[in-house]
Write a protein that binds this ligand. Structure first.
Ligand SMILES: [Zn+2]
Ligand SMILES: [Zn+2]
Length: 491
């Protein structure tokens, strides 16, 4: 038996100033077998990248178990503006939405208003419930993927792969920390991205769909592939985006002030996950929260370098100069690769993030290397390399690397080494406390460059490989960049 409900109304600018989120409650009776939701709103933005005039109204849904901030056992999915309709049933749901028991009680459609015209926005949400007759089972029984009865609505499927502990030799692993699938606004399946990453020879791939975790189940199902798959979520707020890596759960995204985003950041870190400020640049979209402290990572290089990454680099250097030990990472932010229609001119691993991981490649070893700052970024998996090391104890070996701290007595010169690959006709920039220390033209593909430095009064050293791409008048781009080595004078 079908039950239909129509929820319609108007959202005003004033309302959105108080909160960008609007909850539309509706009853779900016992024995409901399927919830279908479609919606529309007035004057949607049509210009690319959500720019230009018009309204942008996102959608998601919470079930009767509740939707309190940070404590929302009722989270059942989110699709932003990527889908105009979706459904949930005990054994299946639209990607981005969580299948499982359709708990009776008051559910809520959530509308999130990203942009609104001065005259406001009209919306209409149509809900169709398929409710079983009294004598029919509420849902087919005996299915192999029976609904989960747990308190937290995680998708069913195989168990999470066990975490391998780090040990043994360290090695460089390359990967991509940022991409999207059909579970949010990407155009590819999880499998298409993972297969492409394997074909490119990547060692790890984090999939970071917006504001949902339904892609984690597919990552687990692909855990036999020869690549480390890292569950993530791009916490997508109207004041900036942050990537979470390493937790197998939905992470709260309804942050509309400093306090709420800080609460989410603390939660992720307390649970053992990692979090980064994403693409802090004008076309990012930018990071509009005031607080920058406490985020271990920053996506300094998002998509090909020309996409305004100089702005992110400048922001990052400003944080480093004041002593914030923020780890620079890269992310392609891929939303489509063939066979999906192209949405941007690049694919996975542009840029590539390289991490120096201990032991066998694993989610834990990759995330641990990032936490230590043992990271550089380059243009491609078969592109440039740039490795900065230092001889911290003065014994002739270069045992310190990016992310480490060199401690030396006042007046002692410390030797540094930069190993460059892909340097032909490019320039090596050595940067100290945000200023160029030296700029060295390179005339070979591979260069082993040494220099030494009196460290007192200095905070950090890092390196970049810059050079032309295309016509010289278009200026230089960064081909590779390291994280800093920190400097400290000791007695
Ligand atoms: Zn983003
Ligand atoms: Zn993204």
């Amino acid at each position: 038996m079908e039950q239909k409900a129509r929820l319609q109304g108007r959202i005003t600018e004033e309302q959105v100033r108080r909160s960008p989120f609007l909850y539309l409650p509706f009853p779900v009776p016992p024995r409901t077998r399927r919830v279908h939701v479609s919606y529309d709103y007035s004057d949607p933005v049509t210009a690319p990248f959500g720019l230009g005039p018009g309204n942008t109204v996102d959608i998601g849904i919470f079930d009767s178990r509740g939707h309190d901030f940070l404590e929302a056992p009722g989270f059942r999915g989110w699709s932003g503006t990527s889908k105009r309709e979706f459904f949930l049933a005990p054994h299946e749901a639209t990607p981005g939405y969580i299948r499982g028991p359709l708990f009776p009680g008051e559910w809520n459609v959530i509308l999130g208003v990203d942009r609104i015209e001065p005259h406001g926005a009209r919306y209409e949400v149509n809900i169709t419930l398929d409710v079983a007759e009294d004598d029919a089972p509420a849902w087919p029984v005996g299915r192999p993927d029976g609904p989960q009865a747990g308190a937290r609505p995680v998708p069913g499927g195989g168990p999470a792969p066990t975490r391998r502990t780090a040990g043994g030799e360290a090695r460089w692993l390359k990967g991509d920390l940022h991409c999207h699938t059909l579970h949010s606004d990407g155009l590819n399946s999880v499998q298409e991205l993972v297969v492409n990453a394997v074909e490119q020879g990547l060692d790890f791939l984090a999939v970071t769909d917006h504001n949902t975790n339904t892609h984690h189940e597919e990552l687990d199902q692909l855990s036999h592939m020869p690549i480390t798959l890292i569950p993530g979520e791009e916490i997508t707020t109207y004041w900036g985006h942050a990537n979470m890596w390493g937790l197998r759960e939905w992470i709260e995204y309804r942050c509309a002030d400093e306090e709420s985003i800080a609460a989410v950041r603390r939660y992720v870190l307390q649970q053992g996950g990692l979090i980064s400020v994403n693409h802090p640049k004008s076309v990012g979209p930018p990071w509009l929260f005031q607080g920058w402290e406490g985020y271990p990572c920053m996506e300094v290089w998002q998509a090909p370098w020309r996409f305004y990454n100089w702005e992110s680099l400048e922001r990052w250097d400003a944080l480093l100069r004041r002593g914030d030990r923020v780890i620079a990472v890269g992310g392609s932010d891929t939303h489509s690769i063939p066979p999906a229609p192209p949405r941007h001119p690049h694919g996975l691993a542009n840029p590539t993030t390289w991490v120096y991981a201990q032991g066998e490649p694993s989610e834990e070893s990759v995330l641990d290397a990032i936490r230590r700052g043992h990271v550089f970024i380059s243009d491609a998996p078969n592109g440039s390399h740039l490795i900065l090391t230092a001889d911290g104890d003065g014994d002739g070996g270069f045992e310190k690397m990016m992310g480490d701290t060199v401690e030396a007595q006042e007046g002692r010169r410390v030797a540094f080494r930069v190993q460059v690959h892909g340097g032909l006709d490019r320039r090596l920039w050595l940067i100290c406390d945000g200023e160029p220390l030296d700029i060295i033209p390179l005339d070979a593909v591979d260069t082993d460059f040494r220099f030494s430095l009196e460290i007192s009064g200095r905070g950090y050293v890092r390196a970049e490989l810059r050079g032309h791409r295309g016509r010289p008048e278009r200026g230089e781009v960064v081909w590779a960049m390291t994280n800093p080595i920190w400097l400290r004078v000791v007695e």
